[in-house]
Design a protein around this ligand. Structure first.
Ligand code: PEP
Ligand code: MN
Length: 342
């Protein structure tokens, strides 16, 4: 069961609802940062008179039974949608957010050049992996903490907030001390111990979809973060395994409007991993925005040919600047199309 608070309800009025539920012996989970407060009720069976009792409290807007396995992540929790703030950047608002940077932090020179180019291209956040999930144990595993220090330096120089992957429960505090947003990679989407620990940091999280995960499994992973007390969650579609090796993954753009209907969480798209080919990144980036994505995460750096990881799908800063410009134009055109058509 979900108890939705009126948008104007103040903290004390919401607290009254929480106390009422706790006094009646229910487990209470609360979302409050990304929009109006929502309370999830867990545990014992719901007493038949409880919804009516709750409705009498001034803060309560609606009491909803959710018939899906996830609850706090369900659209019903916040029909108007959630926003997630990272520094001055807002996911889930009217402007698409663009995250860009190298796949992997390789050296100080590489990262600082890339960061400057990403800023100049007009992107909003800098990406770069310090701890890398590599399929082969013999591939470059990333610079670890040194990579985090370089990301912090790049943030200092450019002013761009940084998003980087946390690979393991043992690194959560370390990565959280440097990053503005924690990325949970596709291979870790179902690492529930990691999700629980990341929830506790209270940091914004970018939750990538596993490449063999259903939309429902993905939203249940988001639910772990929300139930853990962290509602600063952005979903990221990054492609699923297809049958055709012509592209690295199959970018599932169906998932974008679908999760926007099923969930209130912002959703962005990764056309780099989703295609694996740099010449497909721009068209799929624009397609993702047309499908309703709240933003993009793109691998870009000045010298893609020499990238140690994922060079084949990495674009140049020039292409990135084109995508940023076209994304803005597309956004304006879509708004106008809706206004004209309506
Ligand atoms: C990445 O963003 O570099 C990455 C490893 O992504 P994914 O987890 O989606 O494969
Ligand atoms: Mn990559």
């Amino acid at each position: 069961m979900l108890v939705r608070m009126r948008p104007q309800a103040d903290r004390h009025a919401v607290q009254e609802v929480v106390r009422t539920l706790q006094d009646a012996g229910y487990d209470v989970l609360q979302l409050h940062r990304g929009g109006p407060s929502v309370i999830g009720v867990n545990g014992r069976p719901i007493a038949p008179d409880l919804p009516e009792q709750l409705h009498r409290l001034p803060a309560v807007e609606a009491v909803v039974q959710v018939d899906r396995p996830y609850r706090l992540a369900a659209r019903d929790a916040r029909p108007s949608g959630s926003t997630v703030r990272v520094g001055d950047v807002i996911f889930g608002g009217p402007e698409p957010v663009i995250i860009a940077g190298p796949c992997t932090v390789e050296s100080r020179e590489q990262l600082l050049r890339a960061a400057e180019a990403v800023r100049a291209a007009g992107a909003h956040l800098l990406r770069g992996g310090a701890f890398k999930p590599r399929t082969s144990p013999y591939s470059f595993q990333g610079l670890g903490e040194e990579g985090l220090r370089l990301l912090a330096e790049a943030r200092e120089v450019t002013g761009l907030p940084i998003v980087t992957e946390v690979l393991d429960t043992e690194h959560v505090e370390l990565v959280a001390a440097y990053a503005d947003m924690l990325q949970i990679g596709a291979r870790n989407m179902m690492n529930f111990a990691l999700l629980k620990k990341v929830a506790k940091t209270g940091k914004p999280v970018l939750l990538k979809r596993g490449f063999a995960a259903t939309v429902e499994e993905w939203l249940l992973s988001a639910e772990y973060l929300l139930a853990g007390g962290n509602d600063q969650v952005v979903l990221c579609e990054r492609g699923v395994r297809g049958f055709d090796p012509a592209t690295r993954f199959m970018l599932d753009l169906n998932a974008v409007p679908l999760v926007r209907q099923l969930s209130h969480l912002p959703v962005i798209v990764d056309p780099s991993h989703g295609t694996g080919r740099r010449e497909l990144v721009e068209p799929m980036a624009l397609a993702a925005l047309a499908a309703g994505a709240h933003g993009l995460i793109i691998e870009a750096q000045p010298d893609p040919e020499h990238a140690l990881v994922d060079g084949r799908q990495t674009i140049t800063p020039e292409t990135l600047a084109t995508i940023v410009r076209r994304a803005r134009a597309l956004q304006a055109a879509l708004q106008e199309a809706v206004a004209v058509a309506d």
